[in-house]
Design a protein around this ligand. Structure first.
Ligand code: IMP
Length: 429
């Protein structure tokens, strides 16, 4: 019985929530392993809509949720999210949620620095979510972060905050932003400590035991491959590795435990924030995709940029992340379009590329090379089998499969959980 890792194969917002929810109902435990509350997963269950940022989606299905060491945790955001879903009737207790004691905390100065830097970048801003993700990961690597386990050693916090604030207050002051007072940060941390610590443990040990007991583990990725700090469109990326390999280091398990790697891609492309987007559409079709696909950020509410499906980019994501099966979502958004384009490569300063080169200048200059396909007149919405799909829609899916060099394992045809065409069961691979 395989475990499964679910990751986004584009720039995020591929509709992972629905797929993760569907898979979570068949898993025993769901693990978050990178990112933080910059992620936004929308889950529609019956009449309730859950918007999750930090909590593993499995909680909605009554499954054990684990937040791994690779996640950066804003304690205020986590407790607020727990309170919010509890008000919707979900049970979140130390029996259903476990948090890695070695996970790094996001504190108020991280968000402040994130926002102050973005303001200072002006035109060149990355378009971050402003949630302090980058500065928190920087502190982790710089070995000055405060971690969940530190909350259990209050006597060490004073000195840790000294070091943290020496760094952050200097930067904040140089950017003209307000600085932080140690006493109030410390007081708030001590106040929050018991609420967070009740969930804390070495989750690697629990995951090892669950694995040995033959339990099914679902690793829930956040953001997506093209936002990976190494493999994405750097510097317009997030500050963590989002590729599937991160599930191992971000949860404390061996790489062989990760299991089947399932990539999620929309049948077209979207991106929030700044950065290169070769197949972006600035015309009526782009606006139509945004409108039909309800393309607004879950976390920030920002309208998403829309464009044609970029097969060259998804192929790159398939390779760097070891994607073994692809889920194609929102196929129905393309219903009725006369003509569809698929980006198959790029022309950059007169040269043809089958992948997006690493340099930012080359990425910005990339012109899409398109293959044009006929659209379909009928509706694909709600289809649950190939036979329900217009013939041309099947051709479109099959062509994508060829171009990205990965089999399509699932096709999602509406936000409803059951409106899915399952080609192969990822847990059985
Ligand atoms: P950060 O993760 O807040 O530092 O933002 C860095 C980049 O990643 C920005 O372009 C964000 O819009 C993007 N980003 C971060 N999280 C998500 C997500 O969950 N979905 C889509 N884009 C995201």
């Amino acid at each position: 019985m395989a475990n499964v890792a679910v990751i986004g194969a584009q720039w995020g917002d591929e509709g992972k929530g629905k797929v993760v929810d569907w898979l979570a109902s068949r898993a025993d435990v769901v693990v978050r392993y990178q990112g933080g509350h910059n992620a936004g997963h929308t889950l529609v269950v019956g009449n309730e809509t859950y918007k999750l940022s930090l909590l593993p989606s499995g909680l909605v299905r009554g499954k054990l949720g684990v937040i791994g060491n690779g996640v950066v945790i804003d304690p205020e955001a986590l407790l607020a999210e727990i309170a919010r879903v509890q008000a919707q009737g979900l049970s979140v207790t130390p029996d259903t949620l476990r948090i890695a004691d070695n996970a790094v905390l996001i504190l108020p100065m991280h968000g402040a620095l994130d926002r102050a830097r973005e303001a200072a970048r002006g035109e060149r801003k990355i378009g971050t979510t402003g949630r302090g993700i980058g500065p928190a990961y920087e502190d982790k690597v710089a070995r000055r972060a405060i971690r969940v386990c530190d909350l259990a050693e209050p006597e060490t916090l004073d000195a840790k905050l000294d070091e943290l604030l020496r760094h952050h207050n200097t930067l904040l002051a140089s950017l003209g932003a307000a600085t932080f007072d140690k006493a109030s940060v410390l007081a708030r941390l001590l106040e929050l400590a018991p609420s967070i610590l009740q969930y804390a443990e070495p989750v690697w040990e629990r995951l090892d035991a669950l694995r040995k007991a033959g339990k099914r583990i679902l690793f829930e990725g956040a953001q997506a491959v093209m936002l990976d700090v190494d493999h994405g469109t750097y510097p317009y990326v997030t500050s963590s590795n989002t590729v599937a390999a991160t599930a191992a280091s971000g949860a404390g398990i061996g790489p062989h435990v990760v299991g089947f790697v399932l990539g999620i891609a929309k049948a077209y492309s979207t991106r929030v924030g700044s950065g290169p987007f070769p197949s972006e559409l600035h015309d009526d079709i782009g606006a139509l995709l945004g409108e039909r696909g309800h393309e607004f950020g879950t976390v920030t509410g920002r309208p998403r940029r829309c464009g044609w499906f970029d097969a060259a980019m998804v192929r790159q994501a398939v390779k760097v992340s070891g994607i073994q099966g692809l889920v194609l979502t929102k196929l129905d958004v393309l219903d009725g379009l006369k003509e569809l384009k698929i980006c198959t490569g790029y022309r950059i300063r007169g040269e043809v590329f089958s992948h997006l080169p690493a340099a930012a200048g080359a990425q910005a200059a990339a012109e899409p090379i398109y293959e044009v396909m006929e659209g379909w007149a009928g509706s694909s919405r709600g289809a649950r089998s190939w036979a329900d799909l217009p013939a041309q829609a099947v051709k479109y899916v099959r062509r994508i499969e060829e171009l990205v060099e990965a089999p399509v394992t699932l096709v999602s045809t509406s936000p409803e959980r059951d409106d899915t065409i399952m080609v192969r069961d990822p847990f059985q691979d």
